[in-house]
Design a protein around this ligand. Structure first.
Ligand code: BGC
Length: 558
């Protein structure tokens, strides 16, 4: 089968830099800490630009670095047009942007439009203003049910557990209205029917674009528009949400993936296109695969994440179906495909692939069981993660990587409760352990304070075994995961070709495809040795065995 997209390499000019970019996600508070306060910062990122350059990535995507009380790791934004003073200043940001650009690396920032934090000026104003005021209209306030309004307007649950409505105290001290928060209570949802909200985000997009930001990652892009016509349905009447094939296809949910959301992105696209090159954007939209193209269209955000590989087992049939479907979808929408195995919201893939079969493929059961490293076959997990990543780098489209995966870092599953930070843990006791384990600050050196992350104690505890994964333990070490990533990404840069692949072999044991310029990738998902095609083996994710490809290994042949 031949999945093709009409875009040729000639079209991959400056305006299309994102189409097949390798994008490295930085979670700023856990990347590098220049001032030794235990929290990663902007100067820390700037100090590591040579490292980023050594990875041959095309762009970095920064998770939120805005002022925030960190009720949700920075996805609770107090001020969209500033830098958290704990992380630096706007001048530090400009210095970082300049350093990245000088190293040939584009800069993508996270935009969080569904909700602000409860410390945003607008929300404070809303609390201080009377019911029905313009200030309250920027958010979603409703009277409570029951005689005294002391029942929430509906029985909806927040994504992090617990009710999706929070009651406020009115300025006169009496119990008052309720506001909607699909996430934590510190994250009040904006009212996107309000033109002031719309205008303010256009201002934010221009603010960062004017500072040289090249693109945006749009947080929960599918949540902004809501149908809150009364009476609000009970949660038992809500359409069942889901993603991928389980998701809704008709936009009928009152707050997920409503059709009206695309009017917003059409306005954003006009702003992006005011710039040369146009600013790029990628939607985080957990929607039915058939609806993803709406977010990814050239009249909208341009690209959308697909989390299908991230949710799959290490399994040839699943990978093949996902790859084929997503390439076809991307071709139909005019976007390029996106691929991702790890990010700040999921268990690292080197750990997921080492969990016992049947133990819950996304690893939640393992976490609930205490997340012991002893329960993980870390060696197998890493071998598969390396094979999967090498396969991903050969696919048409953009590859998104998450800080630390280039070190083969494992998830820290056994953080003690008193150190946990994720609201998902606090709002859902005994049901969710949260996402802190993939957000533990990076080990840069095997020795020294906080493994070289910074002079202070890291804000999440780093386990002893981090030493073995440190950058300096892998630097220039042939066969290390760091060197594998560096080499693969460098080759990738030179090998990139039209956004097409042709399957040579795709069965339960082997996925073998070729790109239009003869670049071949072969992955062995089975247990025996696999014969490689004739050609030069450029790189492999693990050692070959007598010239053959062992289990859980990928090789590139030209
Ligand atoms: C982000 C999460 C965040 C949530 C709410 C997401 O999907 O990736 O980290 O908790 O949006 O902003």
């Amino acid at each position: 089968m031949n999945s093709s997209n009409d875009v040729s390499l000639d079209d991959c000019n400056e305006a299309n830099w994102w189409r097949q970019a390798a994008v490295y996600q930085i979670y700023p508070r856990s990347f590098a800490d220049a001032n030794g306060d235990g929290l990663g910062d902007i100067k820390g990122i700037t100090s590591r630009v040579p490292y980023l350059k050594s990875l041959s990535i095309d762009a970095v995507w920064l998770s939120p670095f805005y002022p925030s009380s960190l009720a949700d790791g920075g996805y609770d934004v107090d001020d969209y047009r500033n830098v958290d003073p704990k992380l630096g200043t706007l001048a530090d940001f400009d210095e970082m942007a300049t350093a990245l650009h000088a190293a040939g690396i584009k800069l993508v920032v996270d935009i969080v439009p569904n909700h602000s934090s409860d410390r945003h000026e607008w929300f404070k104003e809303a609390l201080a203003s009377p019911k029905g005021s313009a200030a309250r209209e920027r958010y979603i306030f409703r009277d409570g049910l029951g005689e005294n309004g002391d029942l929430p307007p509906s029985d909806w649950d927040s994504k992090f557990g617990g009710p999706a409505w929070e009651r406020i105290t009115e300025p006169d001290g009496t119990p008052g209205q309720w506001y909607l928060h699909i996430f934590a209570k510190e994250q009040p949802d904006f009212n996107w029917d309000n033109p002031e909200v719309r205008d303010d985000f256009l201002k934010t997009l221009r603010f960062w674009s004017d500072r040289g930001v090249d693109g945006f990652r749009i947080d929960v892009a599918h949540a902004l528009m809501k149908d809150l016509s009364e009476p609000l349905p009970s949660k038992t009447e809500l359409p069942v949400e889901g993603t991928g094939v389980d998701g809704l296809v008709d936009g009928s949910h009152p707050f997920w993936d409503r059709d009206e959301v695309h009017e917003i992105y059409a306005d954003w696209r006009k702003v992006f296109n005011e710039y040369t090159p146009p600013r790029a954007a990628v939607a985080e939209a957990w929607v039915h695969a058939d609806r993803r193209a709406r977010y990814a269209s050239p009249q909208g955000l341009g690209q959308a994440f697909n989390f299908d590989l991230l949710q799959a087992d290490f399994d040839a049939a699943q990978f093949r179906t996902i790859i084929t479907k997503n390439l076809a979808e991307a071709a139909a929408s005019g976007a390029s495909s996106t691929w991702v195995f790890s990010n700040h919201d999921v268990i690292r893939h080197a750990t997921r692939y080492g969990l016992p079969a049947g133990g819950g493929r996304h690893g939640q059961e393992w976490l609930l069981d205490g997340g012991s490293p002893a329960a993980v076959d870390a060696e197998l997990g890493l071998r598969r993660a390396r094979a999967a990543s090498l396969l991903m780098f050969a696919l048409p489209g953009s590859a998104y990587l998450y800080q630390g995966e280039e070190l083969g870092l494992q998830e820290v599953g056994d953080i003690v409760d008193s150190e946990r930070q994720d609201p998902a843990f606090f709002r859902n006791p005994g049901i969710e352990v949260g996402r802190d384990g993939c957000r533990v600050p990076l080990p840069w050196t095997a020795e020294g304070s906080a493994f070289g992350f910074g002079a202070g104690r890291a804000h999440l505890p780093q386990p002893e075994w981090f030493a073995g994964y440190a950058v300096d333990a892998q630097n220039n070490v042939p066969g290390s995961t760091l060197e594998l990533y560096r080499e693969a990404l460098l080759y990738r840069r030179h090998l990139l070709t039209e956004e097409q692949l042709t399957w040579v072999r795709a069965d339960d044991a082997v996925l073998h495809f070729v790109r239009p310029n003869g670049w071949q990738s072969v992955t062995n998902f089975g247990s025996g040795l696999v014969e490689l095609p004739v050609g030069i083996v450029l790189i492999s994710s693990g050692p070959l065995d007598g010239g053959k490809l062992p289990a859980n290994t990928t090789a590139w042949i030209v």
